[in-house]
Design a protein around this ligand. Structure first.
Ligand code: ARG
Length: 262
């Protein structure tokens, strides 16, 4: 049931992943495996018209999703050389989403495209989603929550399975570990700000990739709840040695999220 309209698929069920069939030369989770049906019920796919799947997102309440700012302003599949062109395409995309499933897209006002700082966007849905076994929100970690280095977390998405490959047909999940901030900052020549965190495996082989952007890095806390620790943001290539995935650090932006979503 593919229409040419942008829509949001939540729950990560096989039926929704089955509609992600557009092949664009972007990347998906590398080194992961097929996710079990219903295992990641906050995972959403953000789709735009003929492009199909462009980014991931996470359900945080019955009206709000969290994604990455770069999904809306400089998605890899849409490169804008001129500002005029950029704005017209940008408003067109916004309009299409607004007309269908999204009422509002709030990109962080401090989002810096050149260094991917504050890479976060909030998406308000037109109508609230009904929670079910397959559609559930993920908890937001508050400012004080710390995910210690070495903590095991999971990144999920329909992005490429290796660099420059096609999108995954089934939702992928990969087990990654939190990486020390200063170690990561050295590996990336001081590009890691306090709104970013790194996760992956320094030996390479496991990572998010193009098309996973905006999607969740989920970690369990005490009481076995899942928390949204990070948002897939960037990385040099995918799953390369000493080039871990970089994520938007949700705890650093908790107040902004709370303030904008009440
Ligand atoms: N920017 C990419 C996207 O738009 C995601 C990059 C994540 N890369 C990584 N190596 N972890 O989908």
């Amino acid at each position: 049931n593919r229409s040419d309209r942008p829509r949001l698929l939540v729950g990560g069920s096989p039926s929704s992943s089955g509609t992600v069939e557009t092949e664009i030369s972007k990347t998906r989770i590398v080194g992961g495996e097929d996710a079990r049906f219903g295992k990641w019920p906050w995972q959403a796919s953000l789709q735009m018209g003929a492009l199909g799947h462009v980014c991931g997102a996470s359900v945080i309440s019955n009206r709000w999703l969290v994604s990455a700012a770069h999904c809306f302003l400089d998605s890899d599949s849409l490169r804008y050389e001129e500002m005029t062109l950029f704005q017209s395409i940008c408003s067109l995309i916004t309009l299409q989403i607004t007309l269908n499933n999204l009422q509002r897209i709030i990109v962080h006002p401090q989002y810096d495209q050149s260094v991917s700082d504050y890479d976060i966007a909030l998406l308000e849905m037109e109508t609230p989603v009904l929670f079910s076994e397959l559609v559930q929100p993920i908890c937001l970690p508050s400012t004080s929550r710390v995910f210690l280095y070495g903590t095991v977390c999971y990144v999920t998405g329909w992005g490429a399975i290796k660099e420059n490959s096609h999108l995954a047909k089934t939702l992928q999940e990969a087990r990654v570990r939190m990486i020390n901030q200063s170690v990561c900052n050295k590996l990336y020549d001081d590009l890691i700000t306090s709104r970013m965190l790194c996760a992956g495996n320094l030996n390479g082989g496991v990572d998010a990739c193009q098309g996973d952007s905006g999607g969740p890095l989920a970690c369990t806390g005490r009481s076995n709840r899942w928390y949204l620790a990070g948002i897939v943001s960037w990385g040099e290539g995918c799953a390369r040695r000493n080039r871990p995935g970089v994520y938007t650090k949700v705890t650093a932006l908790y107040d902004w999220i709370r303030h904008n979503t009440n």
